[in-house]
Design a binder for this molecule. Structure first.
Ligand SMILES: Cc1ncc(C[n+]2csc(CCOP(=O)(O)OP(=O)(O)O)c2C)c(N)n1
Length: 308
């Protein structure tokens, strides 16, 4: 059915690593983007404002979707605070350069996207209509699924994958939008919607309700709305996205902040709400945090060739 051949997980993993590096670089760096010398306080932005926790999962979904369905699927991103991940993907695919001539896939373009992220008169910290393909301001959670059904309405040729945060699923809008499968999902004149719940367990400052449900209880809830729940992880998400079931609902389990600092100053950061925004907030002033950041950036083994 999908003429895209076997799924290459190694390729997916490499793409995710590249995008994860680009995320961390956008969040922290104002210079030394290729780590050609040891990281210094002057390389760090004076005001760190953005979101790390959701980004690795977004990068996994983006890469898996591309590998599984190619250009067959359209992607709707609910958690617009994961903008550095969206921007990283658009940058390496050359989509950003099509609308912004400064976003070239070279050292200059890398410096440009990092420096201008979350910067006065640069790019905002959330997805905004200045980004290719983005039609809504990305700050308000809840509208992704309804927007996805809107895209599929009257377009039987379309497949729309919608990423919904598990915190986002606690909004009235997102929760009520689950019902749209009953209105649009069964009519031949409409396209197909694949909701993907990003179950990373935490929202801003605590756990999510979906994460506190057992696998069975969550599946029952999803089934009750008329979907077939499909459990997925980073290791098999691409295959799961190729499902042929009529109304799939992917439950993608990931660790919030995966790949970042696991613990810092005695506190658990990864797989916890403490990774939601910026971990290592004092990286400019605190040498221990700066060194931890440098190790984190180096863990991705990023090279300039990766973006060419
Ligand atoms: C309608 C609305 N309510 C509250 C917020 C504040 N807010 C920003 S991020 C966030 C948590 C989102 O959690 P989740 O959807 O699970 O995303 P992730 O954990 O992947 O970051 C909240 C509540 C918002 N942006 N929009």
């Amino acid at each position: 059915m999908h003429g895209l051949g076997n799924i290459d997980y190694e390729k997916i993993n490499r793409r995710v690593k590249i995008c994860d590096y680009l995320v961390v670089a956008q969040l922290f760096l104002q210079d030394n983007f290729l780590l050609e010398r040891p990281l210094e306080p002057k390389d760090i932005k004076p005001r760190l404002l953005g979101h790390w926790g959701t980004c690795h999962g977004i990068n996994v979904v983006y890469a898996s979707l591309k590998a599984a369905l190619g250009d067959e699927a359209e992607f709707v991103l609910g958690p617009g605070h994961g903008f550095p991940a969206l921007q990283a993907n658009l940058f390496i695919d050359g989509e950003l350069e099509k609308v912004d001539k400064h976003a070239t896939r070279d050292e200059k373009g890398l410096a440009y996207i990092c420096k201008s992220f979350s910067w006065p008169s640069g790019a905002p910290s959330h997805a905004s209509p200045a980004t290719p393909g983005v039609i809504c301001e990305g700050g308000e959670l809840g509208y992704a699924l309804a927007s996805g059904y809107g895209l599929a309405l009257g377009h039987p040729e379309k497949t729309v994958a919608v990423l919904i945060g598990d915190g986002e699923l606690e909004t009235a809008t997102a929760l009520a939008s689950l019902n749209l499968v009953k209105l649009l999902g069964s009519h031949k004149a409409n396209g197909r919607v694949i909701p993907i719940l990003h179950l990373n367990g935490y929202k801003i400052s605590g756990p999510t309700i979906s994460a506190r449900k057992s696998e069975r209880e969550l599946a029952q809830q999803i089934r009750g709305f008329g979907y077939t729940p499909i459990e997925a992880t980073e290791e098999n998400l691409a295959e799961k996205l190729r499902t042929d079931v009529k109304h799939p609902f992917i439950i993608f389990r990931s660790e919030k902040g995966e790949g970042g600092p696991i613990r810092f100053n005695g506190k658990k950061i990864a797989d916890n709400f403490l990774s939601h925004q910026i971990p290592l907030k004092n990286a400019k002033l605190d040498i221990k945090e700066l060194k931890t950041l440098e190790k984190w950036l180096k863990s991705y083994d990023f090279k300039l060739e990766d973006i060419r």
